[in-house]
Design a protein around this ligand. Structure first.
Ligand SMILES: NC(=O)c1ccc[n+]([C@@H]2O[C@H](COP(=O)([O-])OP(=O)(O)OC[C@H]3O[C@@H](n4cnc5c(N)ncnc54)[C@H](O)[C@@H]3O)[C@@H](O)[C@H]2O)c1
Length: 329
């Protein structure tokens, strides 16, 4: 039995978390779930977006599976996700994306996005100026070195061939200039891995035209955030792709998508992205066999194509897709 923290979150969060737990239990994952509040739902209940008990539980159990949380756009409170990343120094945002037969527009995509998770424009420092506002972008040597080193070490560990660094160093000569310079320097420590760099705008076009050319991609926070969704779109959309927020002590696993308020409560959300996050979590805690069993069931269910949710052009409900995955375990 392994203890994990379960955070249901907002919008479609509770629906997909329940579905994923049903599949984990059916697969024999042998987990003890410690459920805590987070997000807007928590705020309405307790007056806090992240109650102290939730933070204590994450600190104690070190591994959490998290549903999406709502963050108001252009007003209101700061992102709960950003707060968690900074509090637990979850400096890596790891998002593996691969093609699914009969689902993905592009076959043979197999990209791992490694996004810096603690700085860049996400430090949230915005100031009023005479005729509008300006925002601060922070790129430090220490945060840059550890994310770039992580990307190369991940490549070596997972038998990958190439790491591509994404930047805008032609315009942002100091901040992105530092990121690129450190990439080139650290690449020398890993002669067995091919290293290349691309300017962010070109990288967007490259990914849409030749996604199969890319392997591990490393980027500062904002470009990494945007590219993750672009790459998810190459293989079937946000309903399929997951991410891990990793620090030295704590790891939080979640879907790439948000709380999808437009479909919340309708029972039609796709649980696969969060299930992929659960697979990453199982790998992280060493339950490789159960992780592989669930991964195979996902691939089988999608290939079969008989039971797909609306985001994948099907008509199935969350419950029907959950049952189909369980049958394929
Ligand atoms: N990690 C997180 O918690 C996270 C990530 C991104 C956005 N958000 C927050 O989520 C809220 C909504 O953001 P948004 O609308 O821009 O993005 P979103 O990802 O919630 O939704 C975008 C579109 O994709 C669809 N979609 C997303 N997940 C789906 C799923 N599992 N199954 C089927 N369809 C799905 C939605 O219905 C919507 O049409 C915002 O408050 C945003 O800040 C949270």
């Amino acid at each position: 039995m392994t203890d994990i923290v379960l955070l249901k979150g907002d919008g479609i969060g509770p629906e997909i978390v329940d579905s994923v737990c049903e599949i984990l239990n059916a697969a024999g994952a042998d987990l003890v779930y410690h459920t805590y509040d987070i997000g807007q739902t928590s705020f309405e209940k307790t007056g806090k977006l992240i109650p102290d008990e939730t933070l204590e539980a994450i600190k104690k159990y070190k591994v959490a599976l998290k549903g999406p949380v709502t963050t108001p756009i252009g007003k209101g409170f700061r992102s709960v996700n950003v707060y968690l990343r900074l509090t637990f120094d979850l400096y890596v945002n790891l998002r593996p994306v691969y093609s699914f037969k009969n689902i993905s527009t592009y076959p043979n995509v197999d990209i791992v996005m490694v996004r810096e998770n603690t700085e860049d424009l996400y430090i949230g420092e915005e100031y009023e100026i005479e005729n509008g506002f300006e925002a601060k972008k922070r790129i430090t040597l220490s945060a840059t070195d550890r994310i770039i080193r992580y990307a190369f070490e991940y490549a070596v560990r997972n038998n990958r061939k190439k790491v591509t660094c994404v930047h805008k160093a032609n315009i942002l000569k100091k901040t992105d200039g530092l990121f690129l310079a450190r990439f080139k320097e650290i690449a020398n420590e890993f002669p067995q891995i091919e290293a290349e760099d691309k300017i962010i705008d070109n990288m967007c076009m490259q990914l849409v035209m030749y996604p199969q050319k890319y392997d591990v991609v490393v980027a500062p926070n904002l470009y990494g955030d945007i590219l993750s969704d672009l790459i998810a779109g190459l293989v079937g959309g946000l309903g399929l792709v997951a991410g891990a927020n990793l620090g030295k002590e704590v790891a939080i696993f979640e879907a790439v998508h948000g709380s999808a308020p437009d479909i919340a409560g309708k029972g039609i959300a796709n649980p696969i992205a969060l299930l992929q996050a659960a697979v990453m979590m199982l790998e992280h805690i060493g339950k490789i066999d159960v992780a592989n069993k669930i991964k195979t069931a996902i691939i089988r269910t999608l290939k079969d194509g008989k039971c797909l949710t609306q985001d994948l052009n099907g008509t199935a409900t969350t419950k029907e897709l959950t049952n189909a995955i369980i049958r394929n375990l």
